[in-house]
Design a protein around this ligand. Structure first.
Ligand code: SAH
Ligand code: SF4
Length: 462
């Protein structure tokens, strides 16, 4: 593990590079466009922190920025196409504005075939950098300022050696009350459909002292909702179990919530369920991706649990954490998935009763084992399965949410949303809208008056 920790001397070197470029970039505006998961959002906050250290002023508007960084996702083809079309939008502007710089990073940048495509077809992308280069952003900026041609910061190490843990670089957070805290990075599971181990390297944990120091500082500066992040947080190995880490992060005193993303069913321990049940600051939300309800497909996916084992874990969670919300991810149309296999998924969904399902149509990822499997499912079949799952889930979510009618939930306000409605989140991570202004970042009690499958609505009672 220690081999992947970035030495303090390297971090100090980056700070001094940042200082040296500051006179050249001071006041220049930079914008990061982020696609994909929470890990990417957290990475963008690290990149923003490093850019600000270099002297950039961050803006949310690409139009006013002279440096635009596109942080990409490669988990499904759709996300890749969106990122490429975003990059394509700057073609004309780049021709007019010689001083506009475009960078591309994230999981797509880590894929050799995509880099080749960017190199050939997107000549106005000035530079790319990989997922293990965030701490080197000052050096990337320095290179960009002196570069006469396009360049890349990519390491092409084998999976077991690819990936770093870096401490001490600044983070510029988007929110003043919700925060991501990475507990671990990368993944060793190699689910056969998934690009993540290829794009993010081997599993590595931050030291518990570093995670807890960051969480404690956030709580002390008024953060109310902290999410511990990792591709598979339950394999955390930074000096204690993940359950112990979660318990400690939720024990600094005062009212705040700690969540986590994501837990793999094969590793979701009873110890973890007990911490959620007993520590009042741990949110009552468990996201436990099942992917399929058919043992045959789970095996082809290399998920390493059976339907029965998943059902048992879901039962334990629902029994021990009375008001928990259980959510999941499902892939439909995995290669070779038969109608009978899909029926098993539908029956699992009905048997368990998830609060929400994130359903994805299988997208073949170059370089993964599933992309080479026989029997790729026709798109029309996947679409029909997607629709059937959504229909089943809508009814289930509605009946679960109806149980909240008349109950009072503690809600962390997000203030007014873009539709002009006051909204926030309950401990279950349910969206709750309410009738009176409550400042963003404050807790309030809301009595639930109406329930839909997606959100609850009520009156502030305090
Ligand atoms: N580490 C997380 C998942 C990260 S990817 C975990 O194991 O739970 C988020 C979700 O995207 C996955 O749970 C899966 O449902 C979906 N996904 C991943 N690869 C996919 C692919 N090739 N096609 C469709 N969906 C995919
Ligand atoms: Fe991908 Fe599986 Fe790792 Fe999740 S556990 S990131 S789905 S390989």
């Amino acid at each position: 593990m220690s081999g992947c920790v970035v030495p303090e001397s390297e971090i100090a070197r980056q700070y001094s590079i940042a200082e040296s470029v500051r006179p050249m970039v001071a006041g220049t505006k930079a914008c990061i466009i982020t696609f994909g998961c929470q890990q990417n959002e957290a990475d963008s906050e690290r990149i923003a922190g490093a850019l600000r250290l270099c002297g950039y002023e961050m803006t949310e508007s690409p139009d006013e920025a002279k440096l635009i960084i596109i942080n990409t996702c490669a988990v499904r083809e759709h996300a890749e196409i969106r990122a490429l079309s975003e990059a394509g939008q700057f073609k004309n502007r780049k021709e007019r504005e010689r001083d506009l710089k475009i960078g591309l990073c994230g999981c797509m940048a880590q894929q050799a075939h995509r880099r080749e495509q960017i190199y050939k077809s997107y000549p106005y992308v000035d530079f790319v950098f990989g997922t293990d280069m965030h701490h080197r952003v000052p050096e990337i900026i320095k290179t960009m300022l002196g570069a006469k041609k396009r360049f890349s910061f990519i390491s092409e190490k084998p999976h077991g050696e690819f990936g770093v843990v870096s401490e001490g670089m600044p983070v510029l957070r988007e929110s003043g009350y919700r925060a991501w805290v990475s507990a671990m990075y990368g993944c060793d599971n190699f689910c056969t459909y998934c690009v993540v181990p290829h794009a993010r390297g081997h599993e590595r944990s931050r030291a518990k002292e570093d995670v807890l120091y960051e969480a404690k500082s956030l709580v002390e500066s008024g953060y109310k909702d902290i999410t511990l992040l990792g591709q598979n947080v339950n394999s955390y190995k930074g000096g204690c179990s993940f359950a112990e880490l979660l318990d400690a992060a939720a024990s600094f005193g005062g009212e705040y919530r700690v969540r986590f993303m994501t837990s793999h069913p094969k590793d979701a321990s009873s110890e973890l369920v007990d911490v959620i049940a007993h520590n009042p600051n741990v949110a009552h939300h468990f996201h436990l991706p099942v992917q399929s309800g058919a043992d045959r497909v789970l095996k082809l996916m290399n998920r390493r649990y059976t339907r029965a084992q998943y059902v048992e874990k879901a039962r334990e969670i629902k029994e021990k954490i009375k008001d928990v919300s259980l959510t999941t991810d499902i892939i439909c149309g995995f290669p070779g998935e038969t109608d009978a296999d899909f029926e098993q998924t539908l029956s699992l969904v009905r048997e368990i009763g998830f609060d929400m399902i994130f359903t994805f149509i299988y997208s073949p990822r170059p370089g993964t084992a599933a992309a080479k499997m026989e029997g790729q499912t026709p798109r029309a079949v996947s679409n029909a399965r997607f629709a059937a799952l959504s229909e089943a889930e809508n009814a289930i979510a509605q009946s679960i949410n109806d149980k909240y009618l008349g109950k009072t939930l503690r809600v962390l306000s997000d203030g007014m949303n873009k539709n002009g409605v006051y909204a926030g989140r309950s401990t279950q991570n349910k969206i709750v809208t309410f009738d009176k202004p409550v400042p963003a970042g404050e807790f309030t009690n809301v009595k639930i008056i109406t329930a839909g499958g997606y959100a609850l609505s009520g009156e502030v009672t305090e």
